[in-house]
Design a binder for this molecule. Structure first.
Ligand SMILES: Cc1ncc(COP(=O)(O)O)c(C=O)c1O
Length: 433
Protein backbone atom coordinates (compact mmCIF):
# COMPACT_ATOMS: atom_id res chain seq x y z
CA UNK A 1 0.00 0.00 0.00
CA UNK A 2 1.36 3.43 -0.90
CA UNK A 3 1.37 6.05 1.83
CA UNK A 4 -1.26 8.71 1.26
CA UNK A 5 -0.13 12.28 0.74
CA UNK A 6 -1.32 13.37 4.17
CA UNK A 7 0.26 10.51 6.10
CA UNK A 8 3.49 11.33 7.91
CA UNK A 9 6.23 8.74 8.36
CA UNK A 10 5.23 8.59 12.04
CA UNK A 11 1.62 7.76 11.02
CA UNK A 12 2.87 4.99 8.75
CA UNK A 13 5.06 3.63 11.55
CA UNK A 14 2.18 3.69 14.05
CA UNK A 15 -0.05 1.95 11.51
CA UNK A 16 2.27 -0.99 11.04
CA UNK A 17 4.47 -1.41 14.13
CA UNK A 18 2.68 -2.07 17.43
CA UNK A 19 3.14 1.19 19.40
CA UNK A 20 5.12 2.57 16.48
CA UNK A 21 8.38 0.93 17.47
CA UNK A 22 10.37 -2.23 17.22
CA UNK A 23 9.97 -2.80 20.96
CA UNK A 24 10.15 -1.25 24.40
CA UNK A 25 10.23 2.41 23.48
CA UNK A 26 6.74 3.47 24.48
CA UNK A 27 6.69 6.95 22.95
CA UNK A 28 3.34 8.72 22.74
CA UNK A 29 2.07 9.20 19.15
CA UNK A 30 2.91 12.93 19.09
CA UNK A 31 6.61 12.18 19.70
CA UNK A 32 6.80 9.15 17.42
CA UNK A 33 9.30 9.74 14.62
CA UNK A 34 11.26 7.82 12.02
CA UNK A 35 15.05 8.03 11.92
CA UNK A 36 16.77 8.89 8.68
CA UNK A 37 20.44 8.71 9.72
CA UNK A 38 22.95 9.14 12.50
CA UNK A 39 26.52 10.37 12.81
CA UNK A 40 28.64 10.47 15.96
CA UNK A 41 26.25 11.24 18.82
CA UNK A 42 23.59 12.85 16.65
CA UNK A 43 20.71 11.61 14.59
CA UNK A 44 18.11 13.11 12.29
CA UNK A 45 14.53 12.14 11.68
CA UNK A 46 12.86 12.03 8.27
CA UNK A 47 11.38 15.50 8.87
CA UNK A 48 14.88 16.91 9.29
CA UNK A 49 14.76 17.35 13.10
CA UNK A 50 18.14 16.87 14.79
CA UNK A 51 18.53 14.99 18.07
CA UNK A 52 21.48 14.47 20.37
CA UNK A 53 21.42 10.76 21.00
CA UNK A 54 21.61 9.49 24.58
CA UNK A 55 20.44 5.99 23.67
CA UNK A 56 23.06 5.28 21.02
CA UNK A 57 21.35 2.12 19.78
CA UNK A 58 20.65 1.00 23.39
CA UNK A 59 24.36 1.20 23.95
CA UNK A 60 25.36 -0.88 20.95
CA UNK A 61 27.02 1.99 19.09
CA UNK A 62 29.52 2.77 21.85
CA UNK A 63 31.98 3.76 19.12
CA UNK A 64 29.45 6.40 17.95
CA UNK A 65 27.16 6.23 14.91
CA UNK A 66 28.87 5.56 11.57
CA UNK A 67 32.35 5.52 13.12
CA UNK A 68 34.53 5.62 9.98
CA UNK A 69 36.87 2.73 10.93
CA UNK A 70 33.85 0.46 11.51
CA UNK A 71 31.95 1.59 8.41
CA UNK A 72 34.98 1.16 6.16
CA UNK A 73 35.68 -2.34 7.50
CA UNK A 74 32.05 -3.35 6.95
CA UNK A 75 31.98 -1.99 3.40
CA UNK A 76 35.17 -3.91 2.58
CA UNK A 77 33.69 -7.13 3.98
CA UNK A 78 30.26 -6.69 2.37
CA UNK A 79 31.66 -7.29 -1.11
CA UNK A 80 33.11 -10.61 0.08
CA UNK A 81 29.82 -12.13 1.26
CA UNK A 82 27.39 -11.52 4.09
CA UNK A 83 27.01 -14.89 5.77
CA UNK A 84 28.36 -18.42 5.57
CA UNK A 85 27.14 -19.73 8.96
CA UNK A 86 30.64 -21.06 9.46
CA UNK A 87 33.96 -19.87 10.86
CA UNK A 88 35.60 -17.05 8.90
CA UNK A 89 38.94 -15.28 9.26
CA UNK A 90 37.10 -12.44 10.95
CA UNK A 91 35.28 -14.62 13.51
CA UNK A 92 38.43 -16.56 14.32
CA UNK A 93 40.50 -13.43 14.93
CA UNK A 94 37.72 -11.92 17.02
CA UNK A 95 37.30 -15.06 19.12
CA UNK A 96 41.05 -15.14 19.79
CA UNK A 97 40.98 -11.53 20.93
CA UNK A 98 38.00 -12.13 23.25
CA UNK A 99 39.72 -15.13 24.81
CA UNK A 100 42.77 -12.89 25.40
CA UNK A 101 40.80 -10.17 27.15
CA UNK A 102 38.17 -12.22 28.99
CA UNK A 103 39.62 -14.36 31.81
CA UNK A 104 36.46 -16.50 32.03
CA UNK A 105 36.58 -17.50 28.36
CA UNK A 106 38.62 -20.48 27.27
CA UNK A 107 36.18 -21.26 24.50
CA UNK A 108 33.30 -19.30 23.03
CA UNK A 109 30.67 -19.21 20.35
CA UNK A 110 28.99 -16.32 18.60
CA UNK A 111 25.29 -15.67 18.22
CA UNK A 112 23.35 -12.66 17.01
CA UNK A 113 22.12 -10.97 20.19
CA UNK A 114 22.54 -10.63 23.93
CA UNK A 115 19.22 -12.42 24.43
CA UNK A 116 20.64 -15.52 22.76
CA UNK A 117 23.95 -15.26 24.59
CA UNK A 118 22.41 -15.32 28.07
CA UNK A 119 19.91 -18.00 27.05
CA UNK A 120 22.74 -20.30 25.97
CA UNK A 121 24.71 -19.51 29.13
CA UNK A 122 21.76 -20.52 31.30
CA UNK A 123 21.16 -23.67 29.26
CA UNK A 124 24.82 -24.63 29.52
CA UNK A 125 24.76 -24.11 33.27
CA UNK A 126 21.70 -26.36 33.64
CA UNK A 127 23.27 -29.06 31.50
CA UNK A 128 26.65 -28.88 33.23
CA UNK A 129 25.27 -29.06 36.76
CA UNK A 130 22.27 -31.28 36.04
CA UNK A 131 20.12 -28.82 38.03
CA UNK A 132 17.11 -26.99 36.68
CA UNK A 133 16.70 -23.76 38.66
CA UNK A 134 18.51 -20.47 38.19
CA UNK A 135 18.78 -17.38 40.38
CA UNK A 136 18.51 -13.90 38.95
CA UNK A 137 18.35 -10.51 40.66
CA UNK A 138 15.16 -8.56 40.92
CA UNK A 139 14.97 -5.88 38.24
CA UNK A 140 17.80 -7.34 36.14
CA UNK A 141 17.43 -7.63 32.38
CA UNK A 142 19.11 -10.45 30.54
CA UNK A 143 17.35 -10.00 27.23
CA UNK A 144 13.86 -10.89 26.06
CA UNK A 145 14.22 -14.62 26.87
CA UNK A 146 12.05 -16.15 29.61
CA UNK A 147 14.52 -15.63 32.46
CA UNK A 148 15.37 -12.12 31.29
CA UNK A 149 11.79 -10.91 31.64
CA UNK A 150 11.06 -12.63 34.94
CA UNK A 151 10.86 -10.13 37.83
CA UNK A 152 12.18 -7.47 35.48
CA UNK A 153 9.62 -4.85 36.52
CA UNK A 154 7.76 -6.69 39.30
CA UNK A 155 4.75 -4.81 40.61
CA UNK A 156 3.48 -7.03 43.43
CA UNK A 157 6.96 -7.52 44.91
CA UNK A 158 6.51 -11.03 46.27
CA UNK A 159 8.83 -12.21 49.04
CA UNK A 160 12.23 -13.42 47.84
CA UNK A 161 12.83 -15.79 46.09
CA UNK A 162 9.38 -15.94 44.46
CA UNK A 163 9.45 -14.81 40.81
CA UNK A 164 6.92 -12.51 39.15
CA UNK A 165 6.74 -12.67 35.35
CA UNK A 166 6.98 -9.27 33.66
CA UNK A 167 5.54 -10.74 30.47
CA UNK A 168 2.56 -12.90 29.75
CA UNK A 169 3.25 -16.26 28.20
CA UNK A 170 6.09 -17.39 30.45
CA UNK A 171 4.41 -18.11 33.76
CA UNK A 172 4.38 -21.90 33.36
CA UNK A 173 8.05 -21.87 32.35
CA UNK A 174 9.53 -19.72 35.06
CA UNK A 175 7.35 -20.31 38.13
CA UNK A 176 9.33 -23.32 39.26
CA UNK A 177 12.60 -22.58 37.60
CA UNK A 178 13.63 -19.04 38.45
CA UNK A 179 14.44 -17.81 41.94
CA UNK A 180 14.76 -14.10 42.64
CA UNK A 181 17.33 -12.47 44.91
CA UNK A 182 17.86 -8.84 45.92
CA UNK A 183 20.87 -7.25 44.21
CA UNK A 184 23.51 -5.87 46.57
CA UNK A 185 22.15 -7.96 49.47
CA UNK A 186 24.73 -10.69 49.77
CA UNK A 187 23.32 -12.19 52.94
CA UNK A 188 19.82 -12.80 51.54
CA UNK A 189 21.32 -14.06 48.29
CA UNK A 190 23.57 -16.43 50.21
CA UNK A 191 20.58 -17.80 52.15
CA UNK A 192 18.68 -18.44 48.91
CA UNK A 193 21.67 -20.21 47.37
CA UNK A 194 22.25 -22.33 50.47
CA UNK A 195 18.57 -23.24 50.82
CA UNK A 196 18.33 -24.35 47.18
CA UNK A 197 21.93 -25.41 46.48
CA UNK A 198 21.00 -28.88 45.26
CA UNK A 199 18.67 -27.58 42.59
CA UNK A 200 20.32 -24.34 41.46
CA UNK A 201 22.44 -24.45 38.31
CA UNK A 202 23.55 -20.83 38.17
CA UNK A 203 23.35 -17.31 39.45
CA UNK A 204 23.17 -14.84 36.59
CA UNK A 205 24.07 -11.24 37.33
CA UNK A 206 24.56 -7.98 35.51
CA UNK A 207 27.75 -6.99 37.37
CA UNK A 208 26.56 -3.38 37.10
CA UNK A 209 22.88 -4.02 37.70
CA UNK A 210 21.09 -1.79 35.20
CA UNK A 211 22.78 1.45 36.35
CA UNK A 212 23.44 0.36 39.95
CA UNK A 213 27.04 -0.36 40.92
CA UNK A 214 27.77 -3.34 43.18
CA UNK A 215 28.50 -2.48 46.80
CA UNK A 216 31.96 -3.43 48.06
CA UNK A 217 32.34 -7.17 48.35
CA UNK A 218 29.05 -8.08 46.65
CA UNK A 219 30.47 -9.62 43.48
CA UNK A 220 33.38 -11.17 45.39
CA UNK A 221 30.91 -12.68 47.87
CA UNK A 222 28.76 -14.03 45.06
CA UNK A 223 31.83 -15.65 43.52
CA UNK A 224 32.71 -17.25 46.83
CA UNK A 225 29.26 -18.59 47.74
CA UNK A 226 28.50 -19.92 44.25
CA UNK A 227 31.86 -21.71 44.09
CA UNK A 228 31.30 -23.18 47.55
CA UNK A 229 28.03 -24.78 46.37
CA UNK A 230 29.11 -25.76 42.85
CA UNK A 231 26.65 -23.26 41.43
CA UNK A 232 27.91 -21.56 38.27
CA UNK A 233 28.26 -17.79 38.21
CA UNK A 234 27.24 -16.16 34.93
CA UNK A 235 28.22 -12.56 34.20
CA UNK A 236 25.85 -10.91 31.78
CA UNK A 237 28.35 -8.49 30.27
CA UNK A 238 26.06 -7.43 27.46
CA UNK A 239 26.18 -3.87 28.86
CA UNK A 240 29.43 -3.86 30.87
CA UNK A 241 31.51 -5.64 28.21
CA UNK A 242 34.01 -3.28 26.50
CA UNK A 243 32.20 -0.36 28.16
CA UNK A 244 33.52 -0.13 31.73
CA UNK A 245 36.94 -1.38 30.62
CA UNK A 246 38.33 -3.25 27.62
CA UNK A 247 38.09 -6.41 29.72
CA UNK A 248 34.58 -5.43 30.88
CA UNK A 249 33.31 -6.07 34.39
CA UNK A 250 35.78 -8.89 34.92
CA UNK A 251 38.65 -6.42 34.60
CA UNK A 252 36.81 -3.52 36.23
CA UNK A 253 35.67 -5.37 39.34
CA UNK A 254 38.34 -8.07 39.38
CA UNK A 255 35.92 -11.02 39.65
CA UNK A 256 35.97 -13.95 37.22
CA UNK A 257 32.72 -15.87 36.59
CA UNK A 258 32.28 -19.36 35.12
CA UNK A 259 30.38 -18.18 32.05
CA UNK A 260 30.05 -14.82 30.38
CA UNK A 261 27.65 -13.33 27.83
CA UNK A 262 28.47 -10.42 25.51
CA UNK A 263 26.59 -8.33 22.97
CA UNK A 264 25.88 -4.66 22.27
CA UNK A 265 29.15 -2.63 22.19
CA UNK A 266 31.15 -5.60 20.95
CA UNK A 267 29.45 -5.34 17.56
CA UNK A 268 30.23 -1.67 16.92
CA UNK A 269 26.48 -1.23 16.30
CA UNK A 270 26.06 -4.44 14.25
CA UNK A 271 24.12 -7.51 15.48
CA UNK A 272 26.19 -9.67 17.78
CA UNK A 273 26.22 -11.92 20.81
CA UNK A 274 28.92 -14.14 22.29
CA UNK A 275 28.99 -16.59 25.16
CA UNK A 276 31.98 -18.34 26.60
CA UNK A 277 33.51 -20.05 29.59
CA UNK A 278 35.73 -22.88 30.66
CA UNK A 279 36.37 -25.51 28.01
CA UNK A 280 34.75 -28.30 30.07
CA UNK A 281 31.49 -26.33 30.12
CA UNK A 282 31.60 -24.95 26.59
CA UNK A 283 32.45 -28.32 25.08
CA UNK A 284 28.96 -29.55 25.97
CA UNK A 285 27.87 -27.87 22.74
CA UNK A 286 30.09 -30.04 20.53
CA UNK A 287 27.81 -31.59 17.92
CA UNK A 288 29.68 -34.89 18.06
CA UNK A 289 28.03 -35.24 21.48
CA UNK A 290 24.49 -35.17 20.05
CA UNK A 291 22.48 -37.91 21.77
CA UNK A 292 24.40 -37.66 25.05
CA UNK A 293 22.33 -36.57 28.02
CA UNK A 294 24.36 -33.42 28.60
CA UNK A 295 24.57 -32.34 24.96
CA UNK A 296 23.55 -28.67 24.60
CA UNK A 297 21.98 -27.47 21.39
CA UNK A 298 23.18 -24.10 20.14
CA UNK A 299 22.79 -22.75 16.62
CA UNK A 300 22.47 -19.24 15.29
CA UNK A 301 22.11 -18.72 11.55
CA UNK A 302 23.52 -15.22 11.67
CA UNK A 303 25.78 -15.72 14.69
CA UNK A 304 29.37 -15.13 13.63
CA UNK A 305 28.38 -13.55 10.31
CA UNK A 306 31.44 -11.88 8.79
CA UNK A 307 29.86 -8.42 8.61
CA UNK A 308 29.25 -8.30 12.37
CA UNK A 309 32.60 -9.97 13.07
CA UNK A 310 34.43 -7.41 10.95
CA UNK A 311 32.56 -4.56 12.59
CA UNK A 312 33.44 -6.01 16.00
CA UNK A 313 37.10 -6.38 15.06
CA UNK A 314 37.17 -2.72 14.00
CA UNK A 315 35.30 -1.65 17.17
CA UNK A 316 37.78 -3.49 19.38
CA UNK A 317 40.66 -1.79 17.58
CA UNK A 318 39.02 1.54 18.42
CA UNK A 319 38.57 0.49 22.06
CA UNK A 320 42.28 -0.39 22.27
CA UNK A 321 43.31 3.15 21.32
CA UNK A 322 44.88 5.03 24.19
CA UNK A 323 42.64 7.29 26.20
CA UNK A 324 39.39 5.58 25.20
CA UNK A 325 38.37 4.43 28.68
CA UNK A 326 39.56 7.67 30.30
CA UNK A 327 37.25 9.50 27.92
CA UNK A 328 34.29 7.19 28.56
CA UNK A 329 34.66 7.50 32.33
CA UNK A 330 35.29 11.24 32.28
CA UNK A 331 32.38 12.04 30.02
CA UNK A 332 30.04 9.85 32.09
CA UNK A 333 31.16 11.55 35.32
CA UNK A 334 30.76 14.96 33.65
CA UNK A 335 27.15 14.18 32.75
CA UNK A 336 26.27 12.66 36.13
CA UNK A 337 27.84 15.57 38.07
CA UNK A 338 26.09 18.04 35.79
CA UNK A 339 22.73 16.34 36.33
CA UNK A 340 23.24 16.46 40.11
CA UNK A 341 24.02 20.20 39.89
CA UNK A 342 20.90 20.82 37.82
CA UNK A 343 18.74 18.91 40.34
CA UNK A 344 20.28 20.85 43.20
CA UNK A 345 19.91 24.16 41.41
CA UNK A 346 16.19 23.51 41.06
CA UNK A 347 15.85 22.08 44.57
CA UNK A 348 14.51 18.79 43.25
CA UNK A 349 15.11 15.63 45.25
CA UNK A 350 16.82 12.88 43.31
CA UNK A 351 19.84 10.70 42.84
CA UNK A 352 21.94 10.22 39.74
CA UNK A 353 23.34 6.74 39.44
CA UNK A 354 25.61 4.97 37.00
CA UNK A 355 29.27 4.36 36.23
CA UNK A 356 31.45 4.72 33.15
CA UNK A 357 29.48 6.12 30.21
CA UNK A 358 26.09 5.40 31.82
CA UNK A 359 23.72 7.56 33.83
CA UNK A 360 20.21 7.43 35.23
CA UNK A 361 18.21 9.87 37.31
CA UNK A 362 15.99 8.54 40.10
CA UNK A 363 13.45 10.97 41.51
CA UNK A 364 13.51 9.83 45.10
CA UNK A 365 13.09 11.63 48.40
CA UNK A 366 15.22 9.04 50.16
CA UNK A 367 18.64 10.03 51.48
CA UNK A 368 20.09 6.53 51.49
CA UNK A 369 21.86 5.66 48.23
CA UNK A 370 19.65 3.71 45.81
CA UNK A 371 21.10 0.20 45.75
CA UNK A 372 18.41 -2.10 44.38
CA UNK A 373 15.21 -2.42 42.38
CA UNK A 374 12.92 -1.85 45.36
CA UNK A 375 14.51 1.53 46.05
CA UNK A 376 13.97 2.53 42.42
CA UNK A 377 10.40 1.25 42.64
CA UNK A 378 9.72 3.64 45.55
CA UNK A 379 10.80 6.59 43.39
CA UNK A 380 8.51 8.86 41.38
CA UNK A 381 8.04 6.97 38.10
CA UNK A 382 5.53 9.49 36.78
CA UNK A 383 7.99 12.35 37.15
CA UNK A 384 10.68 10.26 35.55
CA UNK A 385 8.54 9.56 32.50
CA UNK A 386 7.47 13.19 32.21
CA UNK A 387 11.13 14.28 32.32
CA UNK A 388 12.18 11.71 29.72
CA UNK A 389 9.38 12.81 27.38
CA UNK A 390 10.23 16.48 28.02
CA UNK A 391 13.81 15.80 27.03
CA UNK A 392 12.71 13.88 23.95
CA UNK A 393 10.50 16.77 22.90
CA UNK A 394 13.54 19.05 23.23
CA UNK A 395 15.66 17.00 20.85
CA UNK A 396 17.32 14.55 23.23
CA UNK A 397 16.88 11.08 21.79
CA UNK A 398 16.55 8.53 24.59
CA UNK A 399 14.49 5.59 25.68
CA UNK A 400 11.59 7.10 27.60
CA UNK A 401 11.17 3.87 29.56
CA UNK A 402 13.26 5.99 31.94
CA UNK A 403 16.12 3.59 32.25
CA UNK A 404 19.69 4.30 31.31
CA UNK A 405 21.26 7.09 29.36
CA UNK A 406 24.05 5.72 27.21
CA UNK A 407 27.01 7.85 26.17
CA UNK A 408 29.55 6.97 23.51
CA UNK A 409 33.03 7.84 22.34
CA UNK A 410 31.41 10.52 20.19
CA UNK A 411 29.92 12.36 23.18
CA UNK A 412 31.84 15.37 24.41
CA UNK A 413 31.23 18.12 26.94
CA UNK A 414 29.29 20.15 24.36
CA UNK A 415 26.83 17.26 23.82
CA UNK A 416 26.47 16.85 27.58
CA UNK A 417 25.95 20.60 28.03
CA UNK A 418 23.13 20.48 25.48
CA UNK A 419 21.60 17.66 27.50
CA UNK A 420 22.05 19.55 30.78
CA UNK A 421 20.43 22.75 29.45
CA UNK A 422 17.44 20.78 28.26
CA UNK A 423 17.32 18.78 31.47
CA UNK A 424 17.12 22.06 33.37
CA UNK A 425 14.32 23.41 31.14
CA UNK A 426 12.44 20.13 31.42
CA UNK A 427 12.69 20.02 35.22
CA UNK A 428 11.33 23.56 35.34
CA UNK A 429 8.37 22.46 33.23
CA UNK A 430 7.65 19.17 34.99
CA UNK A 431 8.17 20.31 38.59
CA UNK A 432 7.25 23.96 38.00
CA UNK A 433 10.37 24.62 40.09
C1 LIG B 1 22.25 -6.66 30.51
C2 LIG B 1 21.57 -7.06 29.22
N1 LIG B 1 21.60 -8.36 28.87
C3 LIG B 1 21.04 -8.77 27.72
C4 LIG B 1 20.41 -7.89 26.87
C5 LIG B 1 19.77 -8.38 25.60
O1 LIG B 1 20.52 -8.02 24.48
P1 LIG B 1 19.81 -7.99 23.04
O2 LIG B 1 18.84 -6.86 23.05
O3 LIG B 1 20.98 -7.82 22.10
O4 LIG B 1 19.16 -9.30 22.85
C6 LIG B 1 20.35 -6.53 27.22
C7 LIG B 1 19.67 -5.57 26.33
O5 LIG B 1 19.36 -4.45 26.68
C8 LIG B 1 20.94 -6.11 28.44
O6 LIG B 1 20.86 -4.82 28.82
Amino acid sequence: MNPTATQTDADRSLAIFPAGSNGEFNLPPDLTMVIERGAGCELWDTEGKRYVDFSIGWGSALVGHARPEVTEAVVRQASKGANFAYVTEASLALAEEIVRLSPACERLRFCASGTEATMYGLRLARAFTGRSRVIKFEGAYHGANDVGVTSLFPQRLPDFPTPEPSSAGIDHLVRNHVLIAPYNDLETTRQIIVAHADEVAAVIVEPLHRCLPPVDGFLEGLREVTAAHNVLLIFDEVVTGFRLAYGGAQEYYGVVPDLVAYGKALGGGYPIGAYGGRAEIMDLVREDRLGKQTYVWTASTLGGNPISMTAAGAALAVFRQSGVYDHLHEIGAYLRDGMREVLQGRGIAGQVIGDGPLAQVIFTQEEAPVRDYRATKRSDAQASRAVMLGLFKRGIFLNPMGTKLYLSLAHDEAACNTFLDRFDETLAEVFRA
